[in-house]
Each structure stands twice: as structure tokens, then as C-alpha cells.
Design a protein around this ligand. Structure first.
Ligand code: NAD
Length: 243
């Protein structure tokens, strides 16, 4: 992209909790944004209705929006009793997004993965992005998210596409329909008389505005690395490794 060419973002899953915050943050800084989703929640942003498992629909949205950066946050929510749906949307759908991006010469794809992809049921302390998913995933949701993340990262640098995946843990903030709603339901149903583990468990939570900001920073930084970048990154990783 030339320095004068403006970024146009297609936020896939842009009607969702995280997606809406990404859309708003992009609008707030004056960027051009369009949304692709199976659910329409906008009247002030170009909206393309479609399912990511249909490559043609994604392609059409890319062509009509003129997008040159995809932020892909779409997924069925955690906890759905339908493993095939997770595979169809997260794995096959993500493949379709990548194929459509390459076919339409879109140079950037940011993917919302999940910290759950590395959870193996044990405590995870001081881990970073080098931790690989466990051999057996916790559930169908995390299995499909891990596979999708693997596919997104494998697509990096191929067919003119640069990719990055983010792994948020718990997300809270305005518009959340999962976390706080789940806690409130437990309370309302008087099911609060239990303890998890020895009651010293910790869990990572990130404010949704910061998750949205992280996606935008990732998109901004998604440029072909120079040799100096690669060398510096390697040195920094070596320093971070325990001696
Ligand atoms: P959400 O359910 O609010 O939003 C997901 C959006 O994707 C919805 O608008 C939905 O309509 C859309 N979508 C689902 N299937 C689709 C399909 N086949 N085609 C097109 N659009 C489709 O979920 P969220 O909380 O905003 O999560 C966004 C992303 O962040 C997801 O990928 C999720 O796995 C990931 N994530 C969420 C959390 C969290 O705590 N909410 C934590 C870690 C990772």
C-alpha cells in the first residue's frame, strides 16, 4: 500500500461485543469501516450480511467495501452444544476468509483467537505466545479456535497476505452478553454456594476497549518485517527465555 492510500477495514463479526468496540474505535480515529456479519446491528456503517463459511459472500463484501484490512472476530459463542457448528464457522469459515482475502489481494488479516486455545485444565502462570495448544483441547470451541489460529498463522506471508492472531482471555465491558450475564444468572438462580479449587484461583480479564485497541495496533503494525526487525525480535525472545 502506498503511504497516501487509506486503510479501509472490514470487521467480520462486527455486530458482536468485541467487533462493535473495534468498529467504534476505528470510526473514532476517522478510519473507513464496513461490517460483515450474520446479524445486522448498524444503520450508520456499510453492512454486508453473510456467513463466513461462504467464500463468495466474503469476497463480495471485500469487493464492495474496497477493504484492504480484515479484522476477523466472528465465532459462535463459547458453550454451544454443537461441535460441527464450531468447525464450520471457525475452521472452514476462517479458511474461506483467507481464500477470499488472497483472491481479492487484501494484504492484512487480524484474527481474534482466544487464550482458551492453550488451556489444558492446569494452572498457566507466566506463559506467553510461545505456548502451544495442548494435544487434547478442552472442548470443541477451543479446538476449533486453535485450528483456526494455526491456519491464520500458516497463511502469513503467502499470496500477498500478512496475518496476526490475538489471544484475549476473559473480556468485560459495555455490551458483554456472556461473562457478566453468566455470573448474574448463577446468582439469580441461587447457585453461588460453591468454591472453585482452593479459592485462590486467578483469571485474566481485559477491558473490551483495550482488546479493541490491541486489534487496531496489530493491524497498524502488520507490515512486512525488515531484516533488522526479525533480528531484534529474535534477540528479544532469546533474552526473555529463562537461562
Ligand atoms: P459475539 O458473539 O458477541 O460476536 C461474534 C459475532 O460473530 C456475532 O455478531 C455473530 O453474529 C458473528 N458471527 C457468528 N457466526 C458468524 C458467521 N458464520 N458469519 C459471520 N458472522 C458470524 O462474541 P465476542 O465476545 O464479541 O467474541 C469475538 C471474538 O473474540 C470471538 O472470535 C471469540 O472467540 C473471541 N473471544 C471472546 C472472548 C470473550 O470473553 N468474549 C474471549 C476470548 C476470545
Amino acid at each position: 500500500m502506498s503511504p497516501t492510500q487509506r486503510e479501509v477495514y472490514l470487521v467480520i463479526g462486527g455486530s458482536g461485543f468485541v467487533g462493535r468496540h473495534i468498529v467504534q474505535a476505528l470510526l473514532d480515529r476517522g478510519d473507513s469501516v464496513a461490517v460483515f456479519d450474520i446479524v445486522q446491528r448498524y444503520d450508520d456503517v456499510p453492512f454486508y450480511s453473510g456467513d463466513i463459511s461462504d467464500e463468495e459472500q466474503v469476497s463480495l463484501a471485500l469487493q464492495r467495501s474496497g477493504a484492504n484490512c480484515i479484522i476477523h472476530t466472528a465465532s459462535p459463542p463459547h458453550g454451544v452444544e454443537d461441535p460441527a457448528l464450531y468447525w464450520k464457522v471457525n475452521v472452514e469459515g476462517t479458511k474461506a476468509v483467507i481464500a477470499a482475502a488472497v483472491a481479492n489481494k487484501v494484504p492484512k488479516l487480524v484474527y481474534t483467537s482466544s487464550a482458551g486455545v492453550v488451556f489444558n485444565g492446569e494452572d498457566l502462570v507466566d506463559i506467553d505466545e510461545r505456548l502451544l495448544p495442548p494435544e487434547k483441547a478442552m472442548d470443541a470451541y477451543n479446538e476449533s479456535k486453535a485450528k483456526a489460529e494455526e491456519i491464520v498463522l500458516a497463511a502469513n506471508g503467502k499470496g500477498g497476505l500478512l496475518t496476526v492472531a490475538l489471544r484475549p482471555a476473559g473480556i468485560f465491558g459495555p455490551g458483554d452478553r456472556q461473562a457478566i450475564v453468566g455470573f448474574a444468572t448463577v446468582l439469580e438462580e441461587n447457585k453461588a454456594h460453591f468454591q472453585i479449587g482452593d479459592n485462590t484461583n486467578l483469571f485474566d480479564w481485559t477491558y473490551v476497549g483495550n482488546v479493541a485497541y490491541a486489534h487496531i495496533l496489530a493491524a497498524d503494525k502488520l507490515v512486512p518485517p525488515t531484516e533488522v526487525d526479525v533480528k531484534t525480535k529474535r534477540e528479544n525472545l532469546d533474552k526473555a527465555l529463562p537461562a
